[in-house]
Design a protein around this ligand. Structure first.
Ligand SMILES: [Zn+2]
Length: 177
């Protein structure tokens, strides 16, 4: 994950200013997310509220988008609204992430006080994708599932599991062991 420098924001400054930001990110610009989608149209909307907790910059926010996934029952495209909640505390290093952090907040790396909000949004959307996308009602499916589609479903689920790994989700556990 190497965001373009222009994408990096100064979370120290935003937290000091208690800034509120609204932003939109074209789905097509979120390349890790589009790998799991059937279509890269549309945009993700995000709302951020920065504050400080225990001296560290922190972020409370929401993310939502409507994405196009392939229904794994009938293999036709389906639109699905997804949304997520951001409750992050920024840390300067992995060592700091392993230390004492405010309860309920997920550590996010911000080396030198800079972080990529697009990466934060993309991580959250990846976590919000269903492991296996299916039309809510089987009657919406174009055709009933056959044996070859069951195989396609398992393969797609395995691929999605690989892609839905938040970079820092298990950071604390990894560093403790
Ligand atoms: Zn379907």
């Amino acid at each position: 994950m190497s965001p373009a420098p222009a994408d990096l924001v100064d979370v120290e400054l935003l937290a000091t200013e208690r800034a509120h930001l609204d932003a939109a990110y074209p789905i097509a610009s979120l390349s890790r997310l589009t790998e799991s989608l059937a279509d890269d149209g549309g945009a993700a909307r995000a709302s951020f509220r920065f504050y400080r907790v225990s001296g560290r910059p922190a972020l409370d926010g929401t993310v939502d988008a409507e994405v196009t996934l392939l229904c794994q029952r009938c293999l036709t495209a389906m639109r699905l609204p997804i949304e997520g909640r951001l409750e992050l505390v920024f840390v300067a290093s992995e060592a700091e992430a392993a230390g004492e952090l405010p309860e309920g907040l997920e550590p996010a790396l911000a080396p030198h006080g800079k972080a990529s909000l697009a990466a934060v949004v993309e991580d959250e959307l990846l976590l919000s994708l269903p492991l296996v996308a299916k039309h809510a009602d089987p009657a919406q499916c174009a055709r009933a599932a056959g044996p070859e589609r069951v195989a396609a479903e398992s393969a797609a689920a395995a691929r999605r599991e690989e892609s839905v790994q938040r970079p820092f989700a298990d950071l604390k556990d990894r560093l403790k062991s």
